[in-house]
Write a protein that binds this ligand. Structure first.
Ligand code: ADP
Length: 580
């Protein structure tokens, strides 16, 4: 809580709120006290207030650097309605209009001036800035300055120079929802923040129930249909990876959900009555490839509750304000925790209990890795820069995979990932115990079953060791001929006693691990191997031909009390579809 009465007064006067949310008051106080700030908060947590309140209380203009020209007008209109003198300059205006805004700002008639980063480099803006008292520069989506983030923008690189070139250095506030340490360091360095107060907050949403379900692809649509059927009168978003999938799934829901409900519960029957036999649609698709009017209609139907479910790509959500979304289901694994959190976080904006379910399987990881390796190839980045971007994206993906596999509390995993400082400050509940599950999650409820795979894991570990040597006819290893190891597919093949030509030709049938897991299903061995990599027992090298080696926790697998569990793949009960 801030004890700064002026800030609280402004919050009440302009926004009608009685109190600051966690993190906001500290940021406001720091900026008002002249200290730079790096604020890391999820989308929707209330970053804007953090610089808008200081802007109103400081002498001089606040320049807000924001990447989205399309959202500037909405933001500025909202501020003007609240009685805040704000304006923007962008390419949609004539030079005369721009000149007018700049002159108003120079005369103190505009307190908040929104610009895109490119604007800062123009001569006109620089001469304006040289003659105007700029109290604060607020940089929104500050992670765009880093090549290690999701959405690097070269235009952000000029912001640091702009600030450094001002006659009087203003206070600088940088804001982002991106968590990684590397990105944070880049923001501080590239914007030239001076001893910034770093605040990470607001990531735990206590009204959200998190759930991760590992499901084979062929069962996913039936799972979603059953969930939708069992939650009539609830509004939900289903995110898919591709445009084609959104359309196929929306169509499947419209076909199967009424049958599943059998007219028995609520909406199914009511819809049939009102439409005279023709049921109202349950779901609409939404993606970037649809014509603008079809897309707008889908959005309107969903926002006005005419259609309860939207099946969308990640194009859906930006600037859409619907507070009563009761569930967000991910049909595929997203590329990062940041992306997942932003999309899942669209559930329960009204604070009521809501559910976020992620459906995934190993093939999602393969798809994501492939997309990532093919990404950027035609981009204007140099090969070295492309590799940096790819590496950082791989790391983001690892965080996402970790979320899918973890048996820890999902709330705790998430807040730890974002590095949030909880009230206790150290990820514990303040009593020295582990952090508590807020809002509930499937892991804490133990709704998943685990399988003891200690023996499989031990065998995998042993095999990774074994395949590094050559063996003679009697199975004795030649300690001198050390090989470079194998990829994960080959390790699984050796363990399962594969007769594949190259396994035999290269003599792996003489290695002691050969056939050791011939009675364990291939998919199980593969799952264990990849979970071991996520958990640090194994290390899989990067590049086109990844090799499996040992990770930092490898030694644990040879300890006598080594115990290892993975989640069992869940399969839905018969979903009741005639052709499913
Ligand atoms: P962000 O920029 O972090 O995505 P916004 O600044 O747009 O988030 O804020 C999200 C919503 O939360 C807005 O509707 C805003 O008015 C509201 N909000 C912000 N601060 C508070 C507060 N202290 N109390 C209540 N609502 C708030």
């Amino acid at each position: 809580m801030t004890d700064n009465a002026a800030a609280l007064g402004a919050l009440k006067q302009y926004f009608g709120y009685d109190s600051f949310r966690p993190g906001q008051s500290g940021i406001v106080d720091a900026l008002l006290g002249g200290r730079d700030v790096l604020g890391v908060m999820p989308t929707g947590a209330g970053k804007s207030v953090c610089y808008q309140i200081p802007a109103m209380l400081m002498d001089g203009v606040t320049v807000v650097v924001s990447p989205l020209i399309s959202l500037m007008r909405d933001q500025v209109d909202g501020l003007n309605d609240a009685g805040i003198p704000a304006a923007f300059i962008n390419t949609t205006q004539t030079p005369d209009e721009q000149g007018m805004v700049l002159s108003q700002a120079a005369h103190g008639e505009v307190k908040l001036l929104y610009v895109a980063p490119e604007r800062l480099e123009t001569q006109r803006f620089q001469s304006f800035a040289a003659h105007t008292s700029i109290a604060l520069v607020a940089v929104d989506e500050a992670h765009c300055v880093s090549q290690w983030g999701q959405d690097f923008r070269s235009s952000y690189l000029g912001i640091g120079d702009f600030i450094a070139g001002l006659p009087v250095r203003p206070v600088v506030g940088a804001f982002t929802a991106t968590a990684t340490e590397r990105v944070r360091r880049d923001i501080v360095a590239m914007l030239g923040l001076r001893d910034p107060a770093v605040t990470v907050t607001g990531f735990d949403r206590e009204n959200l129930y998190f759930d991760v379900i590992k499901l084979e692809t062929k069962y996913k649509a039936a799972w979603v249909a059953r969930y939708v059927a069992e939650h009539p009168d609830e509004s939900g978003i289903v995110y898919c990876a591709t445009r084609k999938e959104t359309e196929a799934l929306a169509e499947a829901l419209n076909r199967t959900v009424p049958t599943l409900r059998g007219g028995a519960n609520g909406r199914g029957g009511a819809a049939d009555d009102s439409a005279g036999g023709q049921s109202a649609p349950i779901a609409v698709a939404y993606h970037g490839g649809m014509s603008p009017d079809v897309r707008e209609r889908a959005q309107r139907d969903f926002v006005t509750d005419a259609v309860p479910v939207v099946v969308a790509t990640n194009a859906f959500g930006m600037g859409i304000d619907k507070s009563n979304v009761r569930y967000v289901i991910h049909h595929n694994m997203p590329e990062s925790i940041e992306a997942y959190y932003q999309e899942a976080g669209r559930a329960g904006r009204d604070g009521l209990p809501s559910r976020c379910t992620l459906l995934w399987n190993e093939s999602d990881i393969v798809t994501r890795r492939r997309l990532l390796d093919n990404d950027y190839e035609n981009d204007r980045l140099s090969p070295e820069e492309q590799e940096i971007v790819r590496m950082s994206k791989r790391r983001l993906l690892d965080g996402m995979v970790g979320y899918c596999r973890t048996t820890d509390c999902l709330h705790v995993y998430m807040t730890r990932y974002f590095g949030e400082t909880t009230p206790a400050g150290d990820g514990t509940d303040g009593t020295g115990g582990p952090a508590k599950c807020k809002g509930g999650c499937a892991n804490c409820d133990g709704t998943f079953e685990t399988i003891d795979v200690s023996d499989v894991a031990r065998a995998v570990s042993r095999c990774v060791h074994d395949v590094m040597y050559d063996y003679d006819e009697s199975g004795r290893p030649s300690r001198t001929a050390v090989r470079q190891g194998l990829g994960s597919g080959k390790i699984v093949a050796v363990l399962r006693g594969s007769q594949a030509q190259d396994v035999i030709d290269r003599g792996f049938d003489r290695c002691p691990s050969y056939g050791r897991l011939k009675d364990v299903p291939q998919a199980r061995v593969r799952d264990v191997l990849s979970q071991m990599a996520t958990d640090g027992f194994l290390f899989i090298s990067e590049g086109r031909l990844p090799i499996v080696g040992f990770g930092r926790r490898a030694a644990e697998t040879v300890a006598p009390d080594f115990h290892y569990e993975i989640k069992r793949i869940e399969r839905p009960k018969a979903a009741g579809t005639s052709n499913g």
